[in-house]
Design a protein. Structure first.
Length: 149
């Protein structure tokens, strides 16, 4: 059987690998020599009443008592809001009857809403005044139950 040939590149890679290993060992020994190996008390860090890090323990007289029952976990419940009128008014900005979709601009907030032919009650054309309701669709709010006004 043939023996693996040691080429110049293999020798160079091996030298680099050994050199890295030696440098790593030297760094490790240097760290050990210079480390102070302090006590646990030297390594502790405290937070003062202002939220800043300090090496001295906080003053117990400045401690603030917090009632555990006053802490609210989770999202607070929504308060009852005015029932918004579900029927909105708008104007058809674009409608393609061959493709079966279009867009309605709300007169109150100038938002554009997608409308599909399946959500129509009356037939509509561009620039018609309409009333509609909003429903959550796959890509946002859609106008449904669209009627001419």
């Amino acid at each position: 059987m043939a023996r693996a040939q040691e080429t110049y590149g293999k020798k160079e890679r091996e030298k680099k690998r050994l050199k890295k290993r030696e440098e790593k060992q030297k760094k490790k020994e240097a760290r050990k020599a210079t480390s102070t190996g302090g006590t646990l008390e030297d390594m502790l860090v405290y937070v003062d009443e202002n939220g800043h890090f300090t090496d001295t323990p906080p003053d117990p007289s400045k401690k603030v008592k917090i009632d555990a029952e006053s802490i609210v976990l989770g999202i607070p419940k929504k308060e009852e809001q005015e029932a918004e009128d579900p029927i909105r008014k708008g104007k058809v900005s674009f409608f393609d009857s061959s493709k079966g979709f279009g867009f309605i601009i709300d007169t109150e907030n100038q938002e554009k809403y997608f409308v599909h032919v399946s959500g129509l009650i009356d037939e509509i054309m561009e620039n018609d005044k309409v009333s509609f309701e909003l429903e959550k669709g796959m890509k946002g709010l859609n106008a449904v139950r669209v009627k001419k006004v």
